[in-house]
Write a protein that binds this ligand. Structure first.
Ligand code: GDP
Ligand code: MG
Length: 206
C-alpha cells in the first residue's frame, strides 16, 4: 500500500513466511521473537504446506520480479568470475523459480502478518540480505544460516535463508491477499501500541 493512502504509519503491514528450513531448524520462536521485540504487532499467523502453484503465484505477483532476479543473479555470477547459465534474465529467473517451487513445498511453513510503523522496511532490516553468506551479523539470515548462492547453485537448489519477507509495503499488500483471507487477520489494540505511538504518553503516572 502506498504510504500516503495509509491513515497512519503504524498501520503498515508486511508478510513473513518462515520457510521449511526455518521450521526444521526449530527457529520459529526465535524468528517471531525478533519481530516481536522490535515492537511489531502480530495480526495473522498460520502453519500450512504450500503447493507449487501457490509458490509460483507468490513469486510472480510482481511482474518485474523475474527480470530483476534474473539480472541480479547474472551480475552475481559475473562478479564471482563465473559463467552465468544464460544471458537471458528471464531464463535464469525461471530456473530460480523452479528451485524455489521445490524448496518452499518441502515441508510446513509459517505465514505471518506483522503490523507497525514502516513494517515492511523494518522487517527487511531485521531479516537481512537474501544471501546468508553476506547478510549482516545481527540479522536472522546473518545469524542462523551459512548458505551461499554459489553452494546452492552447485547443488542445483535454492539458497536456504530461513524466511521470506515482503520487499516493500506495496508488495506486502498483494502477498498478504494471496496468503490470507480477510477474516484470518485480526484488528486489535496491543497494550504496547500506547508507548510506541501515543503522542503525549498520557496515563503512565496515573
Ligand atoms: P528476498 O526477497 O530477499 O528473498 O530475495 P528476492 O525476492 O530477490 O529473491 C527471492 C528468492 O530467489 C531468494 O530467496 C533466492 O532463493 C532466490 N534468488 C534471488 N536472487 C538470487 C541469485 O542471485 N541467485 C540465486 N541462485 N538465487 C537467487
Ligand atoms: Mg523478495
Amino acid at each position: 500500500m502506498d504510504k500516503k493512502t495509509l491513515d497512519h504509519f503504524k498501520n503498515e503491514r508486511t508478510l513473513v513466511v518462515i520457510k521449511p528450513d526455518g521450521v526444521q531448524r526449530s527457529l520459529v520462536g526465535e524468528v517471531i521473537g525478533r519481530y516481536e521485540s522490535m515492537g511489531l504487532k502480530l495480526v495473522g499467523m498460520k502453519m500450512l504446506v504450500a503447493d507449487a502453484d501457490h509458490i509460483e503465484k507468490h513469486y510472480t505477483l510482481d511482474p518485474g520480479w523475474k527480470k530483476s532476479v534474473g539480472e541480479k543473479s547474472i551480475a552475481g555470477y559475473k562478479k564471482k568470475g563465473l559463467e552465468p547459465p544464460s544471458e537471458d534474465p528471464i531464463e535464469v529467473a525461471d530456473a530460480v523459480l523452479e528451485r524455489l517451487k521445490k524448496y518452499m513445498v518441502a515441508g510446513p511453513v509459517v505465514a505471518m502478518v506483522w503490523q507497525g510503523a514502516h513494517a515492511a522496511e523494518i522487517v527487511r532490516k531485521i531479516t537481512g540480505g537474501t544471501e546468508p553468506l553476506s547478510s549482516d551479523v545481527g540479522t536472522i539470515r546473518g545469524d542462523f544460516v551459512m548458505d551461499s548462492f554459489e553452494m546452492a547453485d552447485a547443488d542445483d537448489r535454492s539458497v536456504r535463508n530461513i524466511v521470506h519477507a515482503s520487499g516493500n509495503a506495496q508488495e506486502a499488500e498483494a502477498e498478504i491477499d494471496l496468503w490470507f483471507d480477510k477474516d484470518e487477520l485480526v484488528e486489535y489494540t496491543h497494550v504496547q501500541d500506547k508507548i510506541l505511538y501515543d503522542v503525549d504518553l498520557d496515563g503512565i503516572l496515573d
